[in-house]
Design a protein around this ligand. Sequence first.
Ligand code: SF4
Ligand code: SF4
Length: 62
Amino acid sequence: MKTVFKITDECISCGSCAEGCPVDAISEGDEMYVIDPELCIACGACADTCPVGAPVEDEVDD
Ligand code: SF4
Ligand code: SF4
């Protein structure tokens, strides 16, 4: 398992997190922004940037 961040339903699609992600893991999805767990290095920048606290830690298989 590895720790990554995922974006929850709180997302208001402002795009701030995507601009700040050092590995370009965040893209605009159909209803909200999404994080590619393959790319995310769990730096936490998206959570720090997000105005509504949408990105949270998650555990995924690696
Ligand atoms: S935790 Fe860091 S690497 Fe992962 S999506 Fe957020 S900004 Fe990008
Ligand atoms: S910063 Fe927060 S609200 Fe804005 S797109 Fe990213 S997750 Fe969604």
